[in-house]
Design a protein around this ligand. Structure first.
Ligand SMILES: [Zn+2]
Length: 294
């Protein structure tokens, strides 16, 4: 009798442990099984005439192929192409495939060794946010870091590198920023989602930087045939089970390589889906707290 009871208990114990084990595994799967693929368009061209038709084309491709994209818009570009941006904003309002975020007002640099003062940076982002609010009807909560081509010195390894760079992140947090590139010295900025609890901002998500950028593989043809290169790059990241982020620029494909059908965007999304990635906007990733509240 005792023996039976013991067996029953241990079997029950075994079953409950197994269920716990299974649920722990499946919780892991829910948050990490599907690797995220985020497309970031730094939307910054100030060439109004040359950019005409871009928004109409990309809206139709996104909708017909169900492609989520985050647009990190430069305040100065919005001012220059105001009526086009306004039309774009109205057309895509409340459509979750379109996520509008910020790329500063004047392409100013964050996280650089000799960057502008925190006051100057703050004024630039306040100006950019005001422009966004006017056009899109809401304040952005995301920022993508601008490349400044060496004029601010080298990029620091992260916002945790110096007192000034920490102050830059504090300033952005006060402006309401909730997501920015993954930029901590010990994190892999290309493939990791993080949070900034290490430097006092658990509420801010870090997202993988768009790497590679179309300025290198597409316009610069730095790695040979662009289509072959990007296909291989996506397939390799997928094999290694890594998140992936791609950085496009509005003018690189449209103007510089005259890709008026946005074939490179279509190719990238097809290969990503075939490789098992889930396509998401940055804002959707922010809402998926399991992804970055690690
Ligand atoms: Zn840029």
């Amino acid at each position: 009798m005792n023996q039976n009871k013991k067996t029953t208990i241990s079997r029950r114990h075994f079953i409950s442990t197994s269920i716990l084990g299974l649920s722990a595994i499946s919780m892991g799967c829910t948050s990490h099984e599907k690797r995220q693929f985020i497309i970031r368009f730094d939307t910054e061209s100030r060439q109004r005439e040359e950019m005409k038709g871009f928004f109409e084309k990309i809206v139709s491709i996104q909708r017909s192929q169900n492609i989520p994209i985050s647009y990190f818009c430069l305040g100065a570009a919005i001012d220059k192409r105001e009526s086009e941006f306004l039309e774009f904003a109205q057309e895509t309002k409340d459509d979750p495939l379109f996520d509008f975020q910020c790329h500063s007002y004047s392409h100013i640099g964050l996280g650089y060794e000799n960057g502008k003062s925190v006051e100057v940076l703050k004024a630039d982002f306040e100006k950019a946010f005001a422009v966004h609010e006017r056009i899109f009807g809401s304040r952005p909560i995301g920022v993508s870091i601008c490349g400044t081509g060496g004029k601010d010195g080298p990029s620091l390894c992260g916002f945790d590198a110096t007192d000034k760079s920490r102050a830059e992140l504090d300033m952005l947090a006060k402006l309401g920023v909730k997501m920015i590139n993954t930029n901590l010295c010990e994190a892999d900025s290309k493939t990791e989602f993080i949070n900034y609890s290490k430097i006092g901002h658990p509420e801010i998500m870090g997202f993988p930087n768009g790497s590679p950028s179309d300025n290198g593989w597409l316009r610069g043809r730095k790695y040979g045939n662009p289509k072959e290169f990007i296909t291989k790059q996506i397939e390799e990241n997928a094999k290694q089970n890594k998140h992936m982020a791609i950085m496009f620029h509005d003018d690189t494909g449209w103007i510089d390589v005259n890709d008026k059908e946005l074939d490179h965007l279509k190719l990238v999304t097809e290969v990503a889906r075939k490789s098992g990635y889930e396509l998401a906007t940055h804002f959707a990733c922010y809402q998926n707290k399991d992804l970055w509240k690690l």
